[in-house]
Design a protein around this ligand. Structure first.
Ligand SMILES: Cc1cc2nc3c(=O)[nH]c(=O)nc-3n(C[C@H](O)[C@H](O)[C@H](O)COP(=O)(O)OP(=O)(O)OC[C@H]3O[C@@H](n4cnc5c(N)ncnc54)[C@H](O)[C@@H]3O)c2cc1C
Length: 399
């Protein structure tokens, strides 16, 4: 068996693992990133697209934001379409902050390029990954690459391997508590070669359910429809998808999305999930490995980046001074932001999706809430503050 030594072993090359490797490199700290998928698969995976201002600032300040600055699409507001009435929430005016639309796959591409320039190892297509001796001061990661079993010996392991990874399940059950809610609906998402017909996102609630209009570039539209969590895509030919999107999204002022060839489609279930604490011994969980939010609040990628900012500082401080204080605070500090985002994502999801109950009380109450949220300056400010995201170093609910 081949043995390799590094300071931080990182499992997973999604946005969390790649950003951690990058920030550690800038602090002069060595790491090895291992990923079980192929590089092309990781780059082409279509997922998040809304970056909070803090995520944008983090990328720019750390030298991986030049393409984002050129190609990202800054948005000052969003629209909410309440049963045909489209109203705008001016987030920049209400909060002084904005969001930027830039695909997660572009973020990943930029971070893989930065890793390449650093000369530090990033290994794709590894298999049989397992983590060991987590409570010792020399934890190990074992994996197979090119039919050879290898072992990384390190000071810390970062579990950045997403919701279905192996790091979280390697923590003994008695040391971890899970909080979870699974929603009775999912999103059918498409990418279409059609220029966006609105410069800003449109969240829509219609009698037939939720829909979201978004974009990835000046030529590509990204759209979602509320559907069953196990919706059968074979029942959704392109014409049916467009009929449903047009019905749910078009507003009384005559706005509707442009139609074009669909290049990608998929169904995603919706879940809220938190694992506490986000640390066991020398294993630190970050991003989707520790928490999942339903995508309505656009928080998943941004939470992953906030975790990584904290973890990189904590690890750097430890190697500089031997002081473990930030490592010891890591989980509590992250979880304050995570729970704020959980509450916001749950609220946006509940408010904007057609309830699955058939009690008419729920529909009337929901309509009253949406009227309030799109007309009261106080309510719009609250939504906007959460949507653009709090500065990373701030947390509302903790000391
Ligand atoms: C349809 C959809 C839309 C979304 N929209 C938004 C949005 O608008 N805004 C937002 O902020 N978030 C959004 N999200 C969430 C966002 O994509 C995730 O929160 C984000 O990918 C988290 O990054 P991560 O690095 O923690 O995890 P991941 O991106 O899941 O990366 C984990 C990596 O680990 C790898 N891995 C898994 N197991 C192993 C193993 N055993 N060994 C080695 N490697 C392993 C995986 O292949 C993967 O590359 C969306 C998600 C979906 C599915």
């Amino acid at each position: 068996m081949k043995e390799i030594r590094t300071q931080v072993g990182i499992v997973g090359a999604g946005p969390a693992g790649l950003m951690l490797g990058h920030l550690l490199h800038r602090a002069g700290i060595g790491s090895i990133i291992i990923e079980n998928r192929a590089q092309d698969y990781v780059i082409e995976r279509v997922r998040a697209g809304v970056l909070e201002q803090s995520t944008v600032d983090l990328m720019i300040e750390n030298g991986v934001g030049s393409r984002l600055q050129r190609e990202g699409m800054p948005h000052d507001g969003i629209y909410i379409n309440v049963f045909g009435k489209r109203r705008r929430i001016d987030m920049a005016e209400l909060t002084g902050r904005r969001i930027t639309v830039y695909g997660q796959n572009e973020v990943v591409k930029d971070l893989i390029a930065a890793r390449g320039s650093s000369g530090r190892p990033l290994l794709f297509e590894v298999s049989d990954v397992s983590v060991h001796d987590l409570e010792s001061d020399q934890p190990r990661i074992r994996f197979t690459k090119d039919d050879e079993v290898r072992e990384i010996r390190c000071d810390f392991i970062a579990g950045c391997d997403g919701f279905h990874g192996i790091c979280r399940p390697s923590i003994p059950a008695r040391h971890i508590r899970i909080y979870e809610r699974v929603y009775p609906f999912g999103w059918l998402g498409i990418l279409a070669n059609a220029p966006p017909s609105s410069p800003e996102l449109v969240y829509s609630l219609h009698e037939r359910g939720f829909a979201l209009f978004s974009m990835r570039s000046n030529a590509v539209t990204r759209l979602y429809l509320q559907c069953a969590p196990d919706e059968d895509l074979s029942q959704w030919p392109d014409d049916r998808i467009w009929d449903e999107l047009l019905t749910r999204l078009q507003s009384d002022d005559g706005w509707k999305p442009n139609v074009g060839p669909i290049t990608q489609k998929g169904v995603t279930g919706m879940r809220s999930f938190v694992a506490e604490p986000m640390r066991f011994g020398r294993l630190f969980l970050a991003g989707d490995a520790a928490h999942i939010v339903p995508p309505t609040g656009a928080k998943g990628l941004n939470l992953a980046m906030a975790d990584i900012w904290r973890l990189s500082r904590a690890v750097a401080r430890y190697f500089e001074s031997g002081c473990p204080d930030l490592l010891d605070q890591y989980s509590d500090d992250c979880l304050r932001r995570v729970w704020r985002a959980q509450q916001f994502s749950w609220w946006m999801t509940s408010m904007l999706h057609q309830p699955v109950t058939d009690n008419p009380f729920d529909s009337r109450r929901q309509r009253a809430e949406l009227e309030y949220v799109t007309k009261s300056r106080a309510a719009m400010t609250s939504l906007a503050e959460n949507y653009v995201g709090l500065p990373i170093e701030e947390s509302i609910s903790g000391g």
